[in-house]
Design a protein around this ligand. Structure first.
Ligand SMILES: C[S@@+](CC[C@H](N)C(=O)[O-])C[C@H]1O[C@@H](n2cnc3c(N)ncnc32)[C@H](O)[C@@H]1O
Length: 351
């Protein structure tokens, strides 16, 4: 086939935009870590000298960062004054941690994931996995920061009410296990909303459980605790609700996990599974969002699953049909999509 010069130019332009995007990941993490966005948001318009003074940073670095961020469309530049500022949308996405529009955690987590590239390349050659715990710790923090605003906006107000009879049980006083809880963002949101219920967050990753305990202590008293335990062996039975937030596909043996969940549930209990939004067929996931999920899945989710027993490696874009198979193989009889957002599917399984 003859090479089409116009198409080649178009492709190279697209790739150049992606190279700029890769650098933006590092630039955003710097702006976040060094307080550059917060200072610009609170005190802008600022010159590089003023921003450096306010943040205790070196002006020459700040000057270059400002120009790079203005070229990327992450901050605004006024040529007449030589000063930079954030517009209201940039303030929201780059300084408001509680906003579902906040992108800081996403960049923090994904830049951390990229640091594992040498280990992942080795995994491609050997077929061996790379565990969640083998990543740069910024991945764990970034994941919490990325997911928390979405959970805060949806979990209590939309996702739990979409499950059959669960909110009534939680209001009356139920026992809940949040498995693969990471830093416990979802566990704490539920515990705060339903003070009569008792919540335990489990994760196999001890440093995440330690961090969840610190965050829970800072948030004040509540009927919530965190324990190190894996999805197939966590203790306790008779749970009214077991939740899995964005972690089933990270597990080596999701069928084994499903079986254990069923055994740990009360006879009329519910298993809530939150997974990244995905269609069943690859061709339907070739979207901007699918690009992020498949990319994260190559660096984090698939290697994580391959590092554990069985290594089923569902991937972050498994789709509902594949997840249904896993859940039914675990001995559940009822399964349905309870609801969805542009980013998540919320599945309900009952024994
Ligand atoms: C993408 S993170 C999601 C964390 C948290 N649920 C959230 O939504 O913020 C996946 C989590 O699954 C945990 N995990 C992976 N395999 C596990 C297993 N077999 N048992 C328990 N936790 C596991 C990891 O340690 C990690 O905290």
């Amino acid at each position: 086939m003859a090479l089409d010069e116009a198409k080649l130019t178009e492709f190279v332009h697209k790739a150049l935009a992606d190279i700029g995007g890769a650098l933006t990941a590092g630039l955003v993490v710097l702006g976040d870590k060094l307080g550059l966005y917060k200072a610009l948001g609170a005190h802008g318009p600022l010159s590089s000298v003023e921003l450096a003074q306010r943040t205790g940073t070196a002006e020459r670095y700040v000057r270059e960062w400002l120009a790079a961020q203005a070229a990327a469309g992450y901050i605004e530049y006024d040529a007449a004054t030589g000063r930079y500022h954030l517009n209201p949308e940039q303030v929201e996405a780059l300084t408001n941690e509680d906003s579902p529009a906040c992108v800081l955690g996403g960049f923090q987590g994904m830049l951390a994931a990229l640091r594992a590239e040498p280990k992942i390349a080795e995994g491609f050659r050997s077929g061996r996995g790379v565990g969640w715990h083998e990543h740069d710790p910024a991945l764990f923090e970034g994941t919490r920061r990325f997911f928390h605003p979405g959970y805060a906006a949806n979990l209590v107000s939309k996702w739990l009410p979409a499950l059959e009879g669960v909110v009534a049980k939680l209001e009356a006083g139920a026992r809940v296990a949040d498995v693969g809880c990471g830093h416990g963002a979802s566990t704490m949101l539920m515990a705060r909303a339903f003070p009569r219920s008792e919540f335990v967050g489990y994760d196999y990753h001890a440093p995440s459980i330690e961090r969840a305990r610190e965050l829970a202590a800072a948030a004040g008293p509540g009927r919530v605790r965190f324990e190190v335990a894996a999805a197939k062996t966590y203790p306790g039975t008779g749970f009214d609700l077991v939740t899995f937030f964005d972690c089933l596909h990270d597990m080596g043996d999701p069928v084994g996990a499903a079986t254990h969940v069923r055994e740990s549930l009360a006879p009329d209990g519910t298993w809530m599974i939150v997974e990244p939004f995905a269609h069943d067929r690859v061709e339907d996931n070739l979207t901007p969002l699918g690009r992020i999920f498949y990319g994260a899945s190559t660096f984090v989710c698939t290697p994580a699953s391959l590092s554990q027993e069985v290594g089923l490696a569902l991937g972050a874009q498994a789709g509902e049909a594949r997840l249904r198979e896993v859940v039914l193989q675990g001995g559940f009889h009822r399964f349905r999509r309870a609801t969805e957002t542009p980013f998540n599917i919320i599945l309900e399984a009952r024994p």
